[in-house]
Design a binder for this molecule. Structure first.
Ligand code: PLP
Length: 393
């Protein structure tokens, strides 16, 4: 069967593949600790659930405008603008079922064959997929451990040129937990202005930040709001991955194009889900702070125990809920090590290579899991490495 060439490079997300293998081991009686899927282990907060249930009971189950309900767009503009210290008009807000459509559709609206798109590698796999579907040329920029996983600016400055149409940033990052400092953003913004290109700033982990780290948005730099798409959502902050609720903030003209793409694809975002989103943003926020404090504690336990294993090094991530330890001293590919850990330690993790070639040598461990499981997982990892592999110094 011949399929359209735009599907040719599409690959499944590594997390779903490892999950399926882990589940089949579980079906055969193995006990697996899941550190592979990137979602909060907390339930959606009670007030948000109740707002969704009430909305269903009130019959809010019909179509809404494809771009989103006016009341939700107003609340998002207010909250997102306030948090970043910029003025955002509700006309600039596009609501979508999950953040993903607000990655995909602005890319489809902006990028065509011949356009180059710069994106982080290791990075969220959807970036490369959407660039290729749009017919653009993916141009990976390495995130280096020695730069705390910010962009490699030297490589970036060599790669950005007049064919660059879009620069994708993700801070805090999946899979590294790294944050891009303001000084780097200033250089990236200057290049975007010099070469007249757009920036897509995926800020879905912006509220999950540790040690009071500052996570600036490139959209706040002078002149950048006019050429930036901020992508954010409710999945991670409010533990709402399955509700499917996200948003993009972009210039009004682009928002209208994205609205057309939403109209003819997903139609709209579920009405009652949007009502629950209003409750999430306007209701109490202490629960978010408590969850973030808990993640920070788990991060510290995870990183401290990982770096105590001979041959393993690990940066302390500043945001998101991923650790990205370095296993290069074991001289095995990251997928061989991930397989070994799944089969012999009963710990499901993702190989760094599933986030691009510059992720080779690393593993991604999700710490949105109980402290007890995290401690047990690292102990099992330590024993398996000790028995099966020897670090080479
Ligand atoms: N952006 C990044 C960096 C992510 O890690 C994810 C989800 O894992 C998304 C976007 C997608 O979010 P959503 O589930 O709201 O579509």
């Amino acid at each position: 069967m011949k399929y359209a060439s735009r599907t040719q490079h599409l690959m499944p997300e590594g997390a779903y593949q490892v999950l399926a293998r882990a589940q089949s081991l579980e079906a055969n009686g193995h006990k697996i600790i899941h550190l592979e899927i990137g979602q909060p282990d907390f339930e959606t907060f009670e007030n948000i659930k109740l707002a969704g249930i009430k909305a269903i009971k009130q019959g809010l189950t019909r179509y809404t405008p494809p771009i989103g309900m006016k009341s939700l767009r107003e609340v998002i503009a207010e909250d997102a603008g306030h948090r970043r210290g910029i003025e955002i008009h509700p006309d600039q807000v596009v609501v979508s079922p999950g953040a993903k459509p607000n990655l995909f559709f602005p890319t489809l609206a902006l990028v065509e064959p011949g356009d180059e798109v710069i994106y982080p590698n290791p990075g969220f796999p959807t970036y490369e997929a959407m660039i290729r579907v749009a017919g653009g040329t993916p141009v990976p920029v390495p995130l280096l451990e020695e730069n705390n996983f910010s962009f490699d600016l030297e490589a970036f400055n060599h790669l950005v040129n007049d064919h660059t149409r879009l620069i994708i940033l993700n801070s805090p990052s999946n899979p590294t937990g790294g944050v891009i400092p303001r000084s780097d953003l200033e250089q990236i913004a200057a290049a975007a202005q010099r070469h007249n290109c757009w920036v897509m700033s995926d800020e879905i982990y912006a509220r999950i930040v540790y040690d009071n780290a500052s996570v600036p948005s490139i959209a706040t730099l002078p002149g950048m709001l006019d050429r930036t798409i901020i992508v954010d959502g409710f999945s991670k902050t409010y533990a709402m991955t399955g509700w499917r609720l996200g948003f993009g903030i972009m210039p009004k003209d682009l928002a209208n194009k994205v609205q057309l793409l939403l109209t003819h694809s997903v139609g709209c975002t579920a009405h009652f889900v949007q009502v629950a989103g209003i409750e999430a943003l306007t209701g109490p926020q202490e629960q978010v702070d408590l969850v973030v404090a808990e993640y920070q504690h788990r991060r510290d336990v995870l990183v401290d125990r990982l770096i105590a294993i001979p041959g393993v090094t690990c940066q302390r991530p500043q945001g998101a809920f991923y650790a990205f330890p370095n296993f290069k001293s074991f001289r095995r590919s990251s997928s061989e090590i991930a397989d070994l850990l799944l089969e012999n330690a009963g710990v499901a993790v993702l190989p760094g290579s599933s986030f691009g070639e510059y992720g080779e040598g690393y593993l991604r461990l999700v710490y949105s899991n109980s402290l007890e499981n995290i401690e047990l997982a690292v102990e099992r990892i330590r024993l398996v490495l000790l028995t099966h592999l020897e670090p080479v110094h």
